[in-house]
Design a protein around this ligand. Structure first.
Ligand code: ADP
Ligand code: 5GP
Length: 214
């Protein structure tokens, strides 16, 4: 089975980070690509676990050196997927979960055409704002900037392969897991399939010959 990239996007507060975390807890065939960012670390975040927190100069140096698979500006801060992160997870035979915004998702699709793009939607804007406020990570200005960006990002849903409604969290996680399970079963992701069906066919023909007594 060839591991693939699974992109999760959503408006800020939509729940993609929470869903990614629960997916990773629930299954051992996925790994997380820890992004790099220039935005300040939130109190509960750990460097190297939630993000690689970089200065702007360091981010730009690494971008110049070609270390990113994709990078984008979100609300004035830089965010990017490190090649080394994706290679680390793929190298361990696991699918890679990426929690990234829309411009980054487009870049990933352009270089990994077999990637799977999932958009996580909130049940309503009231709920989205309540969750975003409840997270207590944004100032009022930050929150409004994120909502303005969300209005743009919602226009991109049609570019994604799947849309999952994050109303009940457990259901949303189950639905993303079901997407992974279905994608694993795609014929074009199973390189050993033709060898297996050839063997089945050989055995079947032998059985038919035996039945016919030849
Ligand atoms: P994102 O990563 O998309 O910005 P988060 O995963 O940080 O969003 O979720 C925003 C907040 O909403 C967090 O406090 C999270 O615990 C909460 N949350 C996420 N999904 C649900 C849900 N289905 N029901 C209730 N709260 C949720
Ligand atoms: P936050 O500041 O809430 O952690 O993330 C802000 C936005 O940046 C979210 O939409 C998140 O998915 C996105 N993001 C996080 N990491 C990356 C990345 O590596 N690349 C891109 N393009 N976006 C990212």
């Amino acid at each position: 089975m060839k591991p693939f990239l699974l992109v999760l996007s959503s408006p800020s507060g939509g729940g993609k980070t929470t869903i990614a975390r629960m997916l990773l807890q629930g299954r051992d065939d996925v790994g997380y690509s820890v992004s790099a960012t220039t935005r300040p670390r939130r109190p509960k975040e750990r460097d190297g676990v939630d993000y690689h927190f970089l200065s702007r100069a360091e981010f730009l140096r690494r971008a110049e050196a070609g270390e990113f698979l994709e990078h984008a500006v979100y609300n004035g801060e830089l965010y990017g997927t490190l090649r080394a992160e994706v290679e680390r997870v793929l190298g361990s035979g696991r699918h890679v979960v990426l929690d990234i915004e829309v411009a980054g998702a487009r870049q990933i699709r352009a270089c990994f055409e077999n990637s799977v793009l999932v958009y996580v939607l909130p049940p309503s804007i009231d709920v989205l704002i309540k969750r975003l406020r409840g997270r207590r990570t944004e100032s009022d200005d930050g929150l409004h900037a994120r909502l303005r960006t969300a209005a743009e990002e919602l226009l991109a849903v049609s570019e994604y392969d799947y849309a999952v409604l994050n109303d009940d969290l457990v259901v949303a996680v189950e639905q993303v897991a079901a997407i992974i399970d279905s994608e694993i079963r795609r014929v074009d992701r199973q390189p050993d399939l033709s060898r297996f069906t050839d063997r089945l066919r050989r055995d079947l023909l032998a059985e038919i010959r035996r039945e016919a007594g030849v």
